[in-house]
Write a protein that binds this ligand. Structure first.
Ligand code: 7PJ
Length: 276
């Protein structure tokens, strides 16, 4: 059964939830060109729902390495009609945005989660989420999408990201957002080398130990192409493998393009773990 209106009971599930990605970004490397229009995005969302998505994540600004930002008006033009069209589909809607104006407008239109790679650091973002009484995902990113992959550096990648996330958890709670509405994400590929990304996945329990549900986005990321040597845009096998590893290591929400394949992998995971 479906989780969540504005309450986050869904975060206590033992098998991770699958968050299906709906890009409304013409410049997105992964599938933006294919699902650029409202109509196509809504059709794609319907397909992901059919495939068993538990949440949808609607994004109007590509944040891939090297991508350039869009203005508030353009992002709203892309995202808002899609959120409006999906608000009555009986599935929680998350919006992938860093802009408070987009947060407020989409929450008003029915979004129940804000997924922010900028961790609510934009002026007004904490207030938008607090006023909207929605769930939030706080993501770690070193640098900005335009240059974050040029030379990411850490003394100790796990400790530094944990410290950052803890600071943001404190700031979010201080803004009046209850702890139960927070999820955290180490931000795979957001200012990280392959070595950093692998370390984060291997030691993911360092983050689940923080007592806040962990969301993980590995789907079709370039680290998988680096590992396998495959050049294709779509990377289903490696993406599902990475998602399953994240599940085993305690992730509660998996942000993926390939919903059906991920659900199948989780069915196997579930069958085995529920027998123990
Ligand atoms: C992530 C995201 C991620 C969260 C993107 C892409 C780049 N949100 N938005 N975590 N990645 N929470 O999908 O390749 O990893 S956009």
């Amino acid at each position: 059964m479906l989780p969540l209106q504005k309450t986050p009971e869904f975060l206590s599930y033992s098998t991770p939830l699958v968050m299906g990605i709906v890009n409304v970004t013409p410049d997105s490397f992964s599938d933006g060109g294919l699902y650029a229009s409202t109509n196509d995005a809504v059709l794609h969302a319907a397909r992901l729902i059919e495939e068993g998505a538990d949440i949808l994540d609607i994004g109007g600004e590509s944040t891939r390495p090297g991508s350039t930002p869009v203005c508030v008006e353009e992002e709203l033009r892309r995202v808002l009609p899609v959120v409006q069209a999906l608000a009555n589909r009986n599935i929680p809607i998350s919006v992938d945005t860093s802009k408070p104006e987009v947060m407020r407008a989409t929450i008003k239109a029915g979004a129940t989660m804000i997924n922010d790679i900028n961790a609510l650091k934009s002026p007004g973002a904490l207030e938008a989420v607090a006023d909207g009484e929605v769930t939030v995902c706080i993501v770690h990113m070193q640098g900005k999408p335009q240059y974050m992959q040029s030379d990411p550096q850490y003394e100790d990648v796990i400790t530094e990201i944990k410290d950052f996330l803890q600071q943001r958890i404190d700031a979010v709670q201080a803004a009046g957002i209850p702890r139960e509405r927070i999820t955290i994400d180490p931000g795979f590929g957001f200012g990280k080398t392959l070595k950093h990304n692998i370390k984060l996945l291997r030691y993911l329990e360092q983050f689940t130990d923080m007592g806040i549900p962990v969301l993980v986005g590995l789907s079709r990321k370039s680290m998988l192409r680096e590992i396998t040597g495959n050049k294709e845009r779509i990377q289903i096998h490696s993406s599902v493998s990475a998602a399953l590893l994240a599940a085993i290591n305690g992730a509660k929400i998996l942000r993926v393009h390939d919903v059906k394949a991920t659900k199948d992998a989780l069915a196997v995971y579930n069958a085995v773990t529920s027998q123990m």
